[in-house]
Design a protein around this ligand. Structure first.
Ligand SMILES: [Zn+2]
Length: 164
């Protein structure tokens, strides 16, 4: 009774597609259940059943499920994009990462500027509280600059040349 029932199990998606008997030792059976026929046909179309079984035999049993899932992903991407396959998806995501990184850098720079402005405002407030006069930096520089230019240019200026 139990002997005959074990043979009535439906074949895995791979064996059904390849029209062969699904033996208990079938390498595909754990990863290609009969409820997911597309998964096998996609992988088979791109990689070939023989290559997939070879690959599954070469790796550790605990790695096989991950390998099958990545093969299914890669095969699906290859069918959608015959030229770039999953590299196409990866490069789109990489460009997105670069764009978002730039956006993040710009936002961090804005944040830094805002924080520095807040610090300056707070410093001005605290200086005011201590009675110190806060001289804006542009005031200092322009006064030094103007006096310097005025002193030098009086000797070699165009006025002296036109007079001679
Ligand atoms: Zn099978």
């Amino acid at each position: 009774m139990s002997f005959s029932s074990s043979y009535s199990n439906p074949p895995c998606a791979a064996c059904k597609f390849l029209r062969r008997k699904c033996l208990p030792s079938c390498i595909f059976a754990p990863y290609f259940p009969p409820e997911e026929p597309i998964k096998f046909t996609t992988v088979h179309k791109v990689f070939g059943a023989n290559n997939v079984s070879k690959l599954l035999n070469e790796i550790q049993p605990h790695q096989r499920e991950d390998a099958v899932n990545s093969l299914a992903y890669e095969a699906e991407a290859r069918l959608k994009d015959p030229v770039y396959g999953c590299i196409g998806a990866i490069s789109v995501l990489q460009r997105q990462v670069i764009r978002l990184q730039k956006e993040l850098d710009a936002t961090n720079a804005d944040l830094m500027r805002y924080t520095n402005n807040q610090i300056m405002v707070n410093q001005e407030r605290s200086n005011f509280q201590y009675g110190e006069r806060m001289v804006p930096s542009y005031y200092d520089y322009s006064s030094v600059w103007n006096s310097g230019i005025g002193g030098d240019h009086n000797n070699i200026g165009p006025d002296g040349e036109s007079g001679s």
